[in-house]
Ligand binder design. Sequence first.
Ligand code: ATP
Length: 237
Amino acid sequence: MATLLEVRNLEAFYGQTQALHGIDFSLEDGGITTLLGANGAGKTTTLRAICGMITTSGEVNFAGTPVMGRKTEDIVRQGIAHVPEGRGTFDRITTEENLRLGAYTRRDSAAVAEDMETVFSYFPRLRERRNQQAGTMSGGEQQMLAVGRALMLRPRLMLLDEPSFGLAPLIVQELFEILRTINREQNVSMLLVEQNASLALSLADHAYLLETGRVVMSGTSEEIASDESVRQAYLGY
Ligand code: ATP
């Protein structure tokens, strides 16, 4: 399989504090890769670096094109959609208006309308709530909206930051099942950041373990899930 995303020697600083110490990883086209690690390991920072939201050094290649140093908007146009921690949807406008905003880089209005139908087919609850103010919806519905909004960009890669955060287990199961379907049917590759390691490993095919800004282990999800130290520290059995 071809490589879609390649990250080499990624370093990031917040003032004097070095958050990333030369991260290397890659993601196959069509794959789902997860970044695991404790609080503060650098997972969120890595996603922000890939979409150009913070200044970093190193190399980020997407579909064979270097994107490091480019503006976030250009990176989004290349096909990378970020679903940030805390979702990033707008509370005071409706579901439908949030989805339209998701397509802000596009001018093809017929195709945008088609894509909204596609989003509603994955998330029927969003269709029911298309005229509801986003801020009044449940946490699960708002997370679905955040994923739907990212889909409106027709991305090749989705960066998902803690999509399970604060959601009830049944809702998480439903959401992750839909993510798996979107990955298969829309050929959207995914880079998933999760505190919940067992959940992440159940969705992803490959995993990288980060500790204090470094990759300390990598492999297929099965390999990582069966590692004794990972089981003790991150899976709790
Ligand atoms: P979490 O799950 O808690 O978000 P994380 O693995 O995503 O953890 P990051 O948020 O990437 O970790 O943080 C990596 C390091 O950078 C941490 O030491 C954190 O304190 C620091 N850091 C993150 N954001 C900032 C910021 N805006 N200013 C200063 N330091 C920051």
